[in-house]
Write a protein that binds this ligand. Structure first.
Ligand SMILES: [Zn+2]
Length: 171
């Protein structure tokens, strides 16, 4: 493994997925002497970080994999919104004692709302099938510099000289 950090020229990297799997608590409680088996079997010890807080912030921001949009949450949120909407409209209707005419408008309002929820579901569907796999692949070959926390991606295939090309993570 021959990656060089574009920022600090360090050659020690840890895969993001590995960092994520290991969890934050491990790093918190064992800030030094933390060894991992990696890639070719080289035993790498976790170097000391400048400050723990800084690393944790970076970890929480950068290490977690991209997530799929949850259809269930959207539907649940949509239903909840509909209930609130219904309640408000019902209240307004009772309060104003409007009668049938305005009810029709409320109905259209409700259809519009349902259409919006459907549209959000469609966006989620599209995201999960196009953007998400791409982001996940990028995440899965992302590495974090163990000196400065810079995140870089290993671009495959590795060229014949054995030098892995590193470019800045595009997020
Ligand atoms: Zn670095």
């Amino acid at each position: 493994m021959n990656i060089e950090c574009p920022k600090c020229k360090s050659k020690e990297f840890t895969k993001l997925s590995l960092l994520y799997a290991t969890g934050f608590s491990d790093i918190e409680t064992r800030s030094r002497g933390w060894g991992i088996l990696f890639g070719s079997g080289a035993d790498l010890a976790f170097g000391k970080f400048r400050t723990k807080g800084e690393v944790q912030t970076r970890l929480s921001q950068n290490v977690a994999p991209p997530r799929k949009w949850s259809y269930r949450k959207i539907v649940f949120g949509g239903l909840l919104g509909l209930l609130i909407l219904d309640f408000i409209l019902g209240y307004v209707d009772t309060f104003l004692r409007t009668g049938g005419n305005v009810n029709q408008q409320f109905a259209w309002f409700g259809y519009g709302y349902l259409g919006m929820v459907a549209f959000i579901l469609f966006l989620a569907f599209r995201y999960n099938f196009t953007v998400f796999p791409r982001r996940y692949r990028v995440w899965n070959r992302s590495f974090m510099c163990r000196s400065c926390g810079h995140i870089a991606q290993l671009s495959l295939p590795i060229d014949p000289s054995g030098q892995a090309l590193v470019r800045a993570a595009s997020r």
